[in-house]
Write a new protein. Structure first.
Length: 227
């Protein structure tokens, strides 16, 4: 009886991620989990049957998307929010991925970096991914003009990254944070379809190569990706 209770308690404490191993956003969460050395299980969702639009899933994720974190009754969605939560909850283990919350300037720089990733990076790499991966997957032809525009804009945005990374090792300073890791899922798609943009920005590219070669990201891709 004691052993059964122990097993049930252990199971309850393991984080559950509703998602899919190949999903870009699920892997954005997985890379943080591996950096922190946190045990977790993936609860796969059946896209083919529309499970993500079921009432059961919509009660946890009102937009019918993945991933979703379940932590002992606590529900959280949006991959970046989940990553921050994991990095904060397990601050004392694995790789430090958030600044000391009492260091006002470091926190401000983290928020600045987060804004850069979501405003200057993600719209363009996400657009590249949409045109070259997600739309074709749905049977929609790539709009080459739109793809080209995303690549051109991406190049101008990386000029800014180049200036930042010529002065510091990571986007928020000289320490790795969750924000750096957020770039990986759609960045790898952009690199495949627009490698010349990466190569034209040596400081950015060195930073990028250091991220994608981390063991946590390699492990996050072991069960597949979209490339």
């Amino acid at each position: 009886m004691i052993r059964i209770r122990w097993v049930l308690e252990l199971t309850r404490l393991i984080l559950e991620i509703i998602g899919a191993d190949m999903s870009t956003c699920t892997r954005r969460v997985k890379v943080v989990l591996y950096e922190k050395g946190v045990d977790f299980v993936i609860k796969p969702i059946d896209w083919a049957t529309g499970e993500h639009k079921s009432e059961a899933h919509l009660s946890k994720q009102p937009f019918g998307q993945i991933p979703v974190l379940e932590d002992d009754g606590f529900i959280l969605f949006e991959s970046r929010a989940i990553g921050r939560y994991i990095a904060a909850k397990y601050a004392d283990q694995g790789t430090k991925l958030l600044p000391n919350p009492e260091d006002l300037r470091a926190v401000a720089l983290l928020e600045q970096a987060a804004c850069i990733e979501q405003s200057d990076f993600e719209p363009n790499v996400g657009g590249i991914a949409m045109e070259k991966v997600f739309n074709p997957f749905k049977g929609i032809a790539t709009d080459e003009a739109r793809f080209k525009k995303h690549v051109e804009t991406f190049g101008t945005k990386l000029d800014g990254y180049e200036r930042i990374l010529s002065k510091q090792k990571y986007l928020a300073g000289d320490e790795l944070t969750v924000v750096d890791l957020w770039h990986l899922p759609h960045g790898e798609i952009a690199e495949k379809y627009a490698p010349e943009v990466f190569e034209a920005h040596p400081k950015f590219n060195a930073w990028w190569q250091s991220l994608k070669n981390r063991s946590s990201w390699i492990k996050a891709n072991e069960k597949g990706n979209l490339l």
